[in-house]
Design a protein around this ligand. Structure first.
Ligand code: SF4
Length: 317
């Protein structure tokens, strides 16, 4: 299944632009040099676009963590209104750009998506805030995958985020082409093993929803499926769940394997289970047999190729 080009939002300082309060940047080489070859970045620096200048006085979140103010540290200038006005306008623009994901700068009072420091009146910090721009973005686009650059250093989180980005793009394409019950069934079918690797129980719930599609009006069905689909993919796939999927896939052609081939494949899956090899090893062997035996149902599964192989994401999980 082909997808449209991917457009991802990004905190502008992560691209190497010198827009931080101190005139510096936080270029992230993986994002610029590796992922950047597969996506088109839409960069936003909320603080600069709100007219706060470069350099500018450092600021932080203050007050109620659910509704904090953005205040400069030394002079106590409150920039909340400027940030909120910019955010409202910028989000309207972003709605037209059909984003498939967003990478935010960790810890920023404007861009951080979790554990941002919020200071009490007495100056005591607690790490339970969300940056003002990031909060508004997530509220406006609850299905769009978001991550922070810091968390993308974790290979499991990185693989999960990029997988979700590609899945969300396919979902957007389906919705934009006018999803029907039939196209939804096809969509679900090719994502079955991927969903199983994330949440076996919810995978069944999605299957029932598609199986009883005629009971729901199309619009409601599409909405419910899309919400649950993205929620399921956000649950981490574990080694145990991957092993379960690999064994399911093996079930489709094991009768056609010779005794020696079967032993070899089970041994490779066992090595992965024990943490001796990454996921790419059993998957490569499985893909080989899927080609040799021409198992079309498995060949079409997104699970086998959820993102470009050049990203080498499954070499590290
Ligand atoms: S974290 Fe956000 S507001 Fe701060 S410099 Fe980067 S893009 Fe601009």
């Amino acid at each position: 299944m082909k997808t449209s080009p991917l457009r991802l939002g990004i905190s502008r300082c992560l691209l190497g632009d010198e827009v931080r309060y101190d005139g510096g940047h936080k270029r992230d080489n993986f994002l610029t040099d590796v992922l950047g070859s597969f996506v088109k970045w839409v960069s936003v620096c909320p603080e600069v676009e709100a007219g706060l200048g470069i350099p500018r006085e450092a600021m932080r979140l203050v007050g109620n963590p659910l509704d904090p103010r953005l205040v400069t540290i030394k002079s106590g200038t409150d920039h909340t209104r400027a940030l909120e006005t910019l955010t409202k306008d910028r989000i309207e623009e972003l709605k037209k750009l059909d984003l498939s994901g967003y990478v935010f700068k960790k810890g920023s009072p404007s861009c951080g998506i979790e554990r941002v420091r919020v200071y009490s009146k007495d100056g005591i910090p607690s790490r339970n805030g969300v940056g003002l721009f990031a909060r508004a973005f997530i509220e406006q686009f609850p299905l769009i995958p978001v991550e922070e650059e810091g968390r993308l250093c974790d290979s499991t989180l990185r693989e999960n985020f990029i997988e979700r980005v590609f899945c969300y793009r396919r979902w957007q394409d389906l919705v934009q082409s006018g999803a029907t019950r039939q196209s939804l069934v096809q969509f679900h079918t090719i994502h079955k093993y991927l969903l199983l690797a994330h949440h076996p129980q919810q995978y069944q719930v999605l299957g029932r929803l598609v199986g009883q599609a005629e009971r729901h009006p199309q619009k409601e069905l599409t909405l419910r499926y899309g919400n649950l689909f993205m929620k399921v993919l956000a649950v981490k796939a574990t080694v145990r769940k991957h092993v379960n999927v690999l064994q399911h896939i093996l079930g489709h052609f094991k009768e056609r394997l010779g005794a020696q081939e079967k032993v070899e494949l089970l041994s490779v899956i066992g090595d992965y289970h024990q943490g001796l090899t990454p996921l790419i090893v059993p998957l490569t062997l499985i893909k080989h047999y899927v080609q040799v035996f021409d198992v079309s149902y498995i060949r079409d599964q997104v699970y086998l190729n959820p993102h470009p192989k050049e990203l080498m994401l499954r070499n590290h999980v």
